[in-house]
Design a protein around this ligand. Structure first.
Ligand code: ADP
Ligand code: ASP
Ligand code: MG
Length: 363
């Protein structure tokens, strides 16, 4: 059993979706049981957020983008599907856009965009891409079916970055897979509260969806298909000479992704690590390239002392210092307690042995 996840650039247009289909069919022939998780078409989530923001000012200016994004999805559908299937797909796309348009109209009238409403607006990106890809793939493999992740992934009400209820979610995923031999095309990024409200797992969260599905099913591998040859030694946009790392450990990937290597969404690693499921980072533009394999431990540590370098922009470094701190118990507790109370996550902490200062970094 394998879970394959395709990011925005791997589903950007009809050509990319055809390439995805080749990869999925090959994986199905080689492994039998697979599940596929897809992101929204490249750039669509940003467009949806932008439309919501414009609507919340009371302006109708979002309508131009709404029409463009509708036309883009219709074009992709027309390039992939024809006949009766196309008619039915176009009418599903139309009904998604009717709902989205009604929601945006509501936001414009009340001039308010809550995180909860924004999650609902963003969810259409993955719903649209998954239905188009599922319809196209079903023409080639009859066991393919569309799966709205809101049916199986249950979260709390932290809209915008919800936490999953692992027990319920894993149970629902297993129940779904035990009900028959299917190859689901699952909407990444989106989930639902027990009351059925739409939530999202944080930007880049489709990787996390794949890890949740993989962990629930105790998959043999989770494959993250993206637009680079694997996890690179540095951000390839900043360091052109960066090259793909063949193997790394979960901990190394955690460090790199937390510190800016956006190739994998950081929460993805933990479900895979707990169940010891290898994560592969692969390039959907060059499927023949081996990619990066991420496992518990890697045996070539001696050869490569530094696995990679990552960087984060816009970090604030703060220092609390004073003679009154020296040897006084409870200073750190008050400082970090105050930060925790205000939901501020701290990236790095250092304290000199003199206890004269505490330095920490926040985003
Ligand atoms: P997807 O849409 O497939 O989820 P992302 O844009 O989220 O893709 O992540 C892939 C991008 O991450 C690459 O195109 C690359 O520019 C960027 N990136 C930043 N740091 C790294 C790194 N160390 N290794 C690989 N890619 C990186
Ligand atoms: N579409 C979502 C985003 O852009 C999720 C993802 O692509 O992983 O953040
Ligand atoms: Mg991503």
């Amino acid at each position: 059993m394998k879970v394959l996840k395709f990011g925005g650039s791997s589903v950007a247009d009809a050509e990319r979706i055809k390439q995805l289909s080749d990869i999925v069919i090959r994986a199905h022939q080689e492994n039998g049981s697979i599940a596929v998780v897809v992101s929204a078409l490249k750039g669509v989530t940003d467009t949806l957020i932008n439309m919501g923001t414009i609507a919340s000012t009371g302006s109708k200016a979002y309508l131009t983008e709404l029409n463009q994004v509708h036309e883009r999805h219709r074009d992709v559908a027309r390039d992939l599907v024809e006949g009766k299937e196309l008619d039915s797909l176009l009418s599903t796309i139309q009904s998604f856009f009717n709902e989205l348009s009604d929601t945006l109209h509501g936001v414009r009238l009340v001039k308010e965009l809550s995180n909860r409403t924004l999650d609902l607006i963003m969810s259409y990106g993955e719903q649209l891409s998954a239905i188009i890809i599922a319809t196209f793939l079903k023409l080639q493999l009859s066991i393919v079916e569309y799966l709205d992740a809101r049916e199986v992934i249950v979260t709390n009400r932290s809209f915008g970055s919800a936490s999953i209820d692992e027990e319920v979610t894993y149970h629902k995923i297993c129940e779904y897979f035990n009900s028959g031999s299917v190859l689901p095309i699952i909407t990444g990024f989106i989930a639902a509260t027990p009351a059925g409200e739409t939530t999202t797992l944080g930007r880049g969260g489709s990787d996390f969806t794949a890890a949740i599905v993989g962990a629930a099913l105790q998959a043999d591998a989770i494959e993250i298909w993206t637009d680079v040859d694997g996890v690179m030694t540095a951000d390839p946009r900043k360091v052109p000479k960066a090259f793909a790392i063949p193997q790394m450990s979960y901990h190394e990937l955690m460090e790199m992704s937390h510190f800016g290597a956006e190739v994998v969404y950081p929460p993805t690693i933990s479900p895979a690590m707990r169940r010891k499921i290898p994560i592969w980072i692969k390039n959907s533009f060059h499927p023949e390239v081996k990619g990066t394999q991420v496992t518990q431990s890697v045996d070539n540590r001696k050869e490569i002392l530094v696995r990679g370098i990552s960087s984060v922009d816009n970090v604030s470094l703060l220092r609390l210092e004073g003679n009154g701190m020296i040897g006084v118990a409870g200073v750190a507790s008050r400082l970090f307690g105050a930060l925790a109370k205000n939901q501020i996550s701290v990236m790095i902490i250092t304290q000199g042995s003199s206890e004269h200062s505490i330095c920490f970094a926040v985003l």
